[in-house]
Design a protein around this ligand. Sequence first.
Ligand code: TYC
Length: 101
Amino acid sequence: MSDVATRRRTTTRPKVERPRLYKVILLNDDFTPREFVVMVLKAEFRMTEDQAYGVMITAHRKGACVVAVFARDIAETKAARATDMARAQGYPLMFTTEPEE
Ligand code: TYC
């Protein structure tokens, strides 16, 4: 009965859960120039011109676009820095975060 195949596990194995990931979301507005949005995406999210243009135009057409996914503190820091960059120039551009699924 205490043979390896039949005995029950007596040691505990703590469940390790991966920290949730957070999406950074770019919101459309009617005032921020397209080129400025592209510049912010390249500066804060290390995107190429083409990647940044694709994200910008998706947000422009659909109202919002997921920019990237990070651990919570990184997502929040990047969203705040990108939003502040726009605010400093007087633009209402907004980046938000939300947990994945
Ligand atoms: N809609 C803006 C314009 O027409 C451009 C824009 C695109 C602004 C995407 C924000 O997330 C945005 N000037």
